[in-house]
Design a binder for this molecule. Structure first.
Ligand SMILES: Nc1ncnc2c1ncn2[C@@H]1O[C@H](COP(=O)(O)OP(=O)(O)O)[C@@H](O)[C@H]1O
Ligand SMILES: [Mg+2]
Length: 273
C-alpha cells in the first residue's frame, strides 16, 4: 500500500478524527467456505470531512461502512467513533442506502418525519422541521406525494432529507446515487455538496464512480479488490466549484485510475498494440 498522506496541515484544516478504523477486518463464514471481505484496515476520518471510498464491486466497501455504522462487528481490530468503540447502530451516525427505504404508505413529509416521531419530537415541531428540509431539497410542491408518485431522484432527496431531519453528526452513504440516471445524479451530487458545505457534517460516501468521489470528496480512499484494503488515500485539494473537465480534475482522475491499474499507456508491454 502506498503511504497514506495525512499531513499536519490537513489535520488542522479538518479538525479532530471522528471515525477511527484501527486494524479492523471482517471474514464471513468459517473454514473452506469463508470469505475474507475486508483485510485489516486502518484509516481516520476527520470531523466535518467529506470522505469517499471508491473500489470495484464486491471489494468490501459496504462491509467497511457497516462496521462504522454498527450493523456488523469486525473480527479483528476495532472501530471507534467520537472516541468510543462502536457497539451498535446510533442515530448520531446514520446509514443512507441506495434503495431509499421509504415507507410506501407514507407521504414524502410523513417519511421525513419518521425519525423525529421515533425521537418523540412534538407534532408541530416535526412538521416544521420536515417542511424546511423538503424546501431545501426543492420538494415543497411534493410533500403530500407518496413515494411511487415521485421520481428516483426525488425519492433519494426525500431519503436524504429524512436522514438530515434527526440531525446526525455523521452521514454514511452507500452508493446513494447508484439507481438514478447520470443527469439526476449530478443534480443530487450538487445538492449533497451544498448541504455538506452548509451543515458541516462528516460524510463517508461509498461509490464506484471515481468522478463522483473527486467532485465531492476532501479525500478519496482507493480500495483494492477483495479482500478489501485501502491502496491509497488521495487528497482532493481542488477549489469550489469543481469543474469536472478541468485539468486538475482530470489529473486526479488519472491518479486514481492508476491506482486501479487502469491507465492504458502505463500498462505492461504485453497489453500494447
Ligand atoms: N453477510 C455476508 N455473508 C457472506 N459474505 C458476505 C456478506 N456480506 C458480504 N459478503 C461478501 O463479502 C464481499 C464484499 O462485499 P461488500 O462489502 O458488499 O462489497 P461492495 O460493497 O464493495 O460491493 C463479497 O464477496 C460479498 O459476497
Ligand atoms: Mg456495496
Amino acid at each position: 500500500m502506498e503511504r497514506v498522506r495525512e499531513g499536519s496541515a490537513r489535520r488542522s484544516a479538518l479538525g479532530n478524527e471522528i471515525i477511527v478504523v484501527d486494524g479492523a477486518g471482517r471474514t464471513f463464514g468459517r473454514g473452506n467456505t469463508s470469505v475474507e471481505a475486508l483485510a485489516a484496515t486502518t484509516l481516520e476520518v476527520y470531523e466535518g470531512e467529506f470522505f469517499c471510498l471508491v473500489g470495484p464491486s464486491g471489494c468490501g466497501k459496504s462491509t467497511l461502512l457497516n462496521l462504522i455504522a454498527g450493523f456488523d462487528r469486525p473480527d479483528r481490530g476495532r472501530v471507534l467513533v467520537q472516541g468510543r468503540p462502536v457497539t451498535g447502530p446510533d442515530p448520531r451516525r446514520l446509514l443512507v442506502f441506495q434503495d431509499y427505504g421509504l415507507l410506501p404508505w407514507r407521504s414524502a413529509i410523513g417519511n421525513v418525519e419518521l425519525g423525529l416521531e421515533i425521537a418523540g419530537i412534538p407534532r408541530e415541531e416535526r412538521r416544521s422541521r420536515a417542511r424546511a428540509l423538503l424546501e431545501r431539497m426543492g420538494l415543497s410542491a411534493f410533500e403530500d406525494k407518496k413515494p411511487h408518485e415521485l421520481s428516483g431522484g426525488m425519492r433519494q432527496r426525500v431519503n436524504i432529507a429524512r436522514s438530515l431531519a434527526v440531525d446526525p453528526d455523521i452521514l454514511l452513504m452507500d452508493e446513494p446515487f447508484g439507481a438514478v440516471d447520470a443527469l439526476t445524479r449530478m443534480g443530487l451530487q450538487a445538492d449533497l455538496l451544498e448541504l455538506h458545505r452548509a451543515g458541516g457534517k462528516t460524510v463517508v460516501l461509498v461509490t464506484h464512480d471515481i468522478e463522483e468521489a473527486i467532485y465531492l470528496g476532501d479525500r478519496v480512499a482507493v480500495m483494492s479488490e477483495r479482500p478489501g484494503a485501502i491502496r491509497a488515500i488521495v487528497n482532493v485539494d481542488l477549489a469550489w466549484p469543481r469543474g469536472r473537465t478541468s485539468a486538475e480534475f482530470t489529473h486526479l482522475r488519472e491518479v486514481i485510475l492508476e491506482h486501479f491499474r487502469l491507465v492504458p499507456e502505463r500498462r505492461a508491454p504485453e497489453y500494447s498494440i
